[in-house]
Structure formats: C-alpha cells, structure tokens
Design a protein around this ligand. Structure first.
Ligand code: ADP
Ligand code: MG
Length: 660
C-alpha cells in the first residue's frame, strides 16, 4: 500500500495525464462529505461477570433508539436516537447484514469504507469485529464476502481484473506499528497530491482466499490479544486497524485502474481511566488514546454537521482515515455498550460520544425492572434517617411510590421515609451512613434530585467511589473550617480593639462564634455570620480586602476611599458564601456551555486548556462541579485551584477585583 499507489480513487485514471492535474479537475466535482452512520450494539449479560444478576441499566426502545436510567433523577430516562440499534438478542449476522454488508459493494466502485467498533473495554468491540469460531464477527464475514465478490467480478472475460491485499497495523500511544512485521518501528502517514493517504513501508500481503487471510491475520492478532496481562492491557489501549484493499485494472482500453480501501477497526477502550483508578503508564497511555478518540469524535461531528473544517490531522487515527471517513467514503461507527450497572458511566459517555440526538423522558426506568424489596430493620435512628427538612422534601416522589407497595413495605417505609428500592438491612452500615451524610449535604446545598438512598444497588456501587472522594473533600474542608474558626476567634479580640478606630460601620462586636460553612473554595476566608448579613444588604460590600499589616489588621471595603498605604504584605479576601456560590455557578456554566473561545476569556485558560476542557466535556458530558476540572487530562489539582482563585471573584462580582 503506497509503494505502487498510483491509482485514482473514484475517478477514471489516464496514465498520460498528470495525477495531480487529474485531481484538480476532479476536485470541483467532489461530492459533499458523507455522513458517518452510527449504530449501537448492546451486548447481553456475560455469564460469570460481576453484576450479571442485576437488572440492566439500559434497554432498547425500537430499531433505532434506546433509553438509559438517569442516575441523577430516577423519575427520568435518557433516550438516544441512532441510525441503528442492535439489542442484546441481536446476532453477529444481524449487525453484519444490517450495517456492514451494504457498504462492501462500494469498494468495487473504487470508493473507500470504514467500520469502527467503539466502546469501553469489555463491552464487545472485539466480539463484534472478530467474534469467535462459533460466532464470527464483522471481519471474517466481510473478508469472506469481499473475496467471493472479487472472484466473481474478476473472472476471465469480465472487464476488470481484481486483486485483494491486506495490511494490519496498530496505533499505540500515537505510534503506527506494523502488526505483520514485528521488526518495524513507528511508520509515517503520508498524503499524495490527490489526497490519498498512504503509509510507505507498511506490509501489504496479497490474499486470494480466506485461508490466505487467516494465515497472515491470526498470528498477528493472537500476538496482540493473547499472552501476558501487560499485552492484554495494551490491546485494550491501542487501535487495531485491518486494511483490505481491492485493486481493479481494466483489461481493455482505456486500461483504467481503481482502488477501494476498507478499514476494519477495533478501537481502544473508551473508558475513563481516571475513574477506574489506573495510574502511571496507563494514565499516560490513556492520554494518547483519548487524544485519538477525542479527535475521532470531532471528525465524526464535523462530518455529520457538515462543518467546513474536519480536523483529520489532529491525531494519527483520523489522519490515517482521512480518505476513508467523509468524502465519498462509507463509514459506520458501531458503539458497543454493556448492560451491567458498573459500566453505567462509561455507557453514558459512549452514548454521548455516538449520539446525534438525546432527549430526557419523564418516566422511571428502574421501577419496571426492579423487584420492590420489603424494607428490613435498620440500625440507624429515626432522626438520622430523616435528615434535614430539605432532604425530606426531596424525597417526595418516593413517598408516592411507597403507596403502591404491599402493606408491609408501606408501613415499614412510612416510618422510615426511605426508597422502596433499597434493602437497607443488607447494606453496609458505614456505606449507609456515608450515603445519608452525603444526602444531607446535597440537600443542604439545595439539591433538588432524589436522595442517593433511592439509587439502586449496582448503581450505588459506582457512586460509592465518588462518595469516597467527596468524603475526603469534606474532611479536608472540615479541617480547613476548624483552622479558620480558630483564626476568626483569635482575630475577634484584635477586631474589637480596632473597631473604634477602623471602619466602625462594618466591624461589629461578634455576638456568637457562628461561622458559615465554608464552600469548597480553598482560599476563601470564612466570615462571622453577622458580618456576612451586614454586607449582603449592600451589594458592593460583599467583597472585602482584609489587609495584614504586621500584626495589625484593617478591614477595608472595595468602594471605600483609597487606602492610606500601599499593600506590601499579605492580602486576603473576605467573600460572602453567596457570592462564592454565584461565582462557582458562573464558572460551571461557562465550563459546560462555553465554546473554546469563551473559555479562553477565563484567567489561566489558554487555547490548549480550552480545547482540553471542551474535549473532556464531549467525552464525559457536563461538569457536575468546578472541581471536575481536575479530571481533565493535562490539568492538575494545583492548576484547578489557582484557576478557581483567579476567576471566582471576577465572575461573581461581574468585575475583576483583587489586590493586583
Ligand atoms: P471489548 O473488545 O470491547 O473489550 P469483548 O469483545 O472482549 O469486549 O467482550 C467482552 C466479553 O463479552 C467477551 O467474553 C465476549 O465474548 C463477550 N461478548 C461481547 N459481546 C457479546 C455478545 N454480543 N454476545 C455474547 N457475548 C458477548
Ligand atoms: Mg477487545
């Protein structure tokens, strides 16, 4: 491939005409880029895997759409629409005949095609593409048919002589490696002057029968997927690309040539490696994989929306596919998903990647598939179970559900005000306690969603990881709060002394030691309650600069006259929690809705970070809190903190303020 590559793609080839000239003539008549078709395949539960006895968290609605539970609100499901949906009972033949076979004939017209299997590791990509001897997948079926087709079309007496070749490569950490020649290093991808993509030096084996294909493919494939764990990990982190090329030469004048390329690709796992806790090399690998998958998403988006620029060149994978995705090529992306609940977040992210449309449907998903449990005895006290009044209000919908249960469940539930979906007796008390405290925290922050306790069991396991992180965060904040409380106490004595001399209208004697709960902004100084109320009355007084001068402190309002002395030592800001929350919300809105350009208007966000943020959002959906920024590859916790510090006030107050 590439060495002999003097062939035209869809246009008649005239050996006397310059190739580039030919392409220029043809360029004006190029059809608009073709859309990438998207199919989703839901695999069945696999025996022996964790969660196989639980109800599924996703189900098909018809041949094009599916719905998935919304863990934020179990009264809703999310409905996704695709070109095709294959449910858990679909066979290998269904997928092949429905989505792959129809595009093969275009190869004989000199057009290119690609089939890509996308999805998290374990969701069935390799099963779909390769399959097993009992259930052969897309690759063997397509090869079988293509070889048959070329034999028929190329028989003596027909106008065209046909030949088929194969190449097999892997893209691992943005390196292109020849799987048919283990000695080859990173190969270069080139584009000829007609826009054909080629890889000089890539092995290209002629095949005339399926046995030929197997002879080359199986050892290379085995090398890649079987063996040490390290190799297995690698196989789920690299893109395996099988290229089948059909060459046609006209037997009589004008002796035209045609070439059609078919790419059959088992993509790297799309799972979020940060969430699954992978460290070190794997994290580095995932960065590279995500870059390729991320650009693939952009390319598919650009093609499907008809955008003028398609960013093929931004990754090796898309660069390789440049002449086989879009243009006159026929492409299908098969997103593989799994029904188990521990796949939930990866499933949502795979669906978001693949979806063209998504809508929220107001109907509970879990109720239909879950058996209502009779609530068992619970060790926690009634008070603990009820939580704050807000939490009780948020539990409204469950109370209605309780009514539809048996009398025993209803009476147990009525006394405990808990979701009928849970068997609390079977829950780890520590976990229950954590869920309760998280529920209370969410409720106290005004969250309108249902309590976590009403989240079904498997889903909860996925959530527990998040809960643990939150716990740590809460612990850290509590420590911080204690420190700050001590600081405020120590300050009180000084403040009351200074109050007569400085800003008497702002500094009032502190009646109680009440301190507001610090919002998780690291550098905010927690203020006494009275002070905050005072300031809230006047919008301009919400931010105060507290100046440390030696051991003395002055409190100055921003709109106060010029301070007498220049700030030379430490400054700290006092900000009302409402203002902080407002600022955080504004940042969150920008992170979720802003374009890369909007994001660049933020402090500490350059073009690269803006791209990373937009990319993360595309892959994982909206940020649920500003701290999620830390999960974006390339943004560290420290950077996230300094980003917050730099932006929160400016956005909250609608102006830049600070002691610069
Ligand atoms: P991936 O390549 O996405 O990591 P695999 O193709 O290896 O996932 O699938 C994981 C497991 O699930 C394998 O044991 C595979 O045989 C099984 N599997 C996947 N899809 C199906 C399906 N549609 N029907 C039956 N088993 C499947
Ligand atoms: Mg696989």
């Amino acid at each position: 491939w590439g060495r002999e590559g003097a062939v035209s793609r869809a246009h008649a080839y005239n050996p006397r005409a310059g190739r580039c000239r030919l392409s220029k003539i043809g360029a004006g008549r190029r059809p608009p880029p073709a859309r990438v078709r998207v199919a989703v395949r839901l695999r069945p539960f696999v025996d022996g895997t964790a969660g196989a006895s639980d109800p599924p968290c996703v189900r098909g609605m018809d041949s094009c759409s599916l719905e998935i539970a919304n863990w934020r609100n179990h009264q809703e499901t999310l409905k996704y629409q695709f070109d095709a949906f294959y449910g858990e009972r679909s066979t290998q033949q269904d997928i092949y005949a429905g989505s792959v076979q129809p595009i093969l004939r275009h190869l004989l017209e000199g057009q290119n095609a690609s089939v890509l299997a996308y999805g998290p590791t374990g969701a069935g990509k390799t099963h779909t593409m390769l399959g097993s001897p009992e259930q052969p997948g897309v690759i063997p079926r397509a090869l079988m048919d293509l070889l048959q087709l070329t034999r028929e079309e190329g028989t003596e007496g027909r106008p065209w002589a046909l030949s088929v070749t194969m190449s097999y490569l892997e893209i691992y950490q943005e390196k292109v490696l020849d799987l048919l020649d283990s000695t080859s290093g990173d190969l270069v991808i080139r584009e000829d002057c007609r826009g054909n993509i080629l890889i000089p030096g890539l092995t290209q084996k002629p095949i005339t029968s399926f046995a030929d294909f197997e002879r080359h493919f199986l050892p290379a494939s085995r090398n890649r997927t079987v063996g040490a764990t390290r190799l297995n990990q690698r196989s789920s982190r690299s893109h395996a690309v099988l290229l089948v090329k059909v060459d046609q030469r006209e037997r009589l004048a004008p002796f035209r040539q045609r070439e059609g390329k078919l790419y059959l690709i088992d993509l790297a796992g799309s799972e979020d490696n940060r969430r699954t806790g992978n460290k070190g090399l794997r994290l580095k690998e995932s960065g590279a994989i995500n870059a390729s998958l991320f650009v693939l998403g952009k390319v598919v988006d650009a093609l499907n929306q008809g955008l003028p620029r398609v960013p093929y060149r931004d990754s090796k994978l898309t660069r390789l596919l440049q002449d086989s995705l879009g243009g006159s090529a026929h492409s299908i992306l098969i997103a593989n998903i799994a029904p188990e609940r521990h796949f939930y977040l990866d499933t949502v992210s795979a669906l978001n990647f693949a979806a063209r449309t998504k809508e929220v449907i107001n109907r509970p998903f879990t109720n239909e598939s879950l058996q209502p449990h009779v609530l068992g005895p619970v060790k926690l006290s009634q008070k603990e179970l009820l939580g704050p009044p807000e939490a009780k209000r948020a539990r409204g919908p469950e109370e209605e559900e309780i009514g539809s249960l048996g009398p025993m469940a209803a009476s147990a539930s009525a006394s405990q005000k808990l979701s009928p979906l849970q068997k609390l007796s079977s829950m780890d008390p520590a976990m229950l306690e954590r869920l309760l405290s998280l529920d209370r925290l969410l409720a106290s922050q005004g969250s309108q969603g249902p309590p976590l306790l009403s989240t079904p069991k498997r889903e909860r396991m996925v959530l527990m990881k998040t809960v643990e992180e939150k716990d740590l965060e809460i612990e850290r904040l509590k420590m911080k709060q204690k420190e700050l409380e001590a600081k405020v106490l120590a300050q009180k004595a000084e403040d009351s002394k200074e109050k007569e001399n400085h800003c008497p209208t702002i500094l009032r004697p502190l009646l109680h030691r009440t301190v507001t709960v610090a919002k998780p902004l690291k550098k905010a100084v927690v203020m006494p309650l009275q002070l905050i109320q005072e300031q809230a009355a006047s919008p301009n007084a919400e931010i105060h600069i507290l100046k440390n001068k030696g051991r003395k402190r002055k409190l100055e309002s921003l709109d106060a006259p010029e301070p007498e002395e220049k700030a030379e030592d430490c400054w700290e800001l006092q900000i009302s929690p409402e203002l902080l929350a407002h600022g955080r919300q504004k940042i969150l809105d920008l992170l979720n809705e802003g374009s890369a350009r909007d994001l660049r208007s933020l402090q500490r966000i350059g073009p690269k970070k803006a791209q990373l943020i937009v990319g993360w959002r595309e892959l994982h959906g909206p940020f649920s809190q500003v701290e999620d920024l830390e999960r974006v590859e390339g943004i560290t916790g420290k950077q996230m903190e300094s980003f917050l510090k730099a932006n929160i006030l400016g956005l909250a107050a609608g102006q830049r303020c600070g002691p610069s």
